[in-house]
Design a protein around this ligand. Structure first.
Ligand SMILES: [Zn+2]
Length: 77
């Protein structure tokens, strides 16, 4: 039996949570461009690789992303 009456959990008190922290665009922009490029490459490999334009020969990339292609609604077969 617990002898103390203290609560098991207590919320941390932080006065800085009251105001939102501004994010400077100069710090966010390179990451946004980088993530955008990664997403564009991913969309290319899922949607267009092994189609009219293909970087790698064979059907390995196509078979690897085949379920994702159908999930996203790209025409396949
Ligand atoms: Zn298919």
């Amino acid at each position: 039996m617990n002898a103390s009456n203290a609560p098991a959990f207590s919320a941390p008190v932080s006065p800085s949570l009251d105001s939102p922290v501004p994010l400077p665009v100069r710090e966010v922009l390179p990451w946004a461009v980088f993530i955008g490029l990664i997403l564009l490459i991913a969309i290319y490999f899922v949607g267009a690789e092994q189609g009219a334009t293909s970087i790698f020969s064979g059907m390995y990339v196509h078979e690897f992303v085949h379920d994702g292609r159908h999930l996203l609604g790209f025409p396949c077969h």
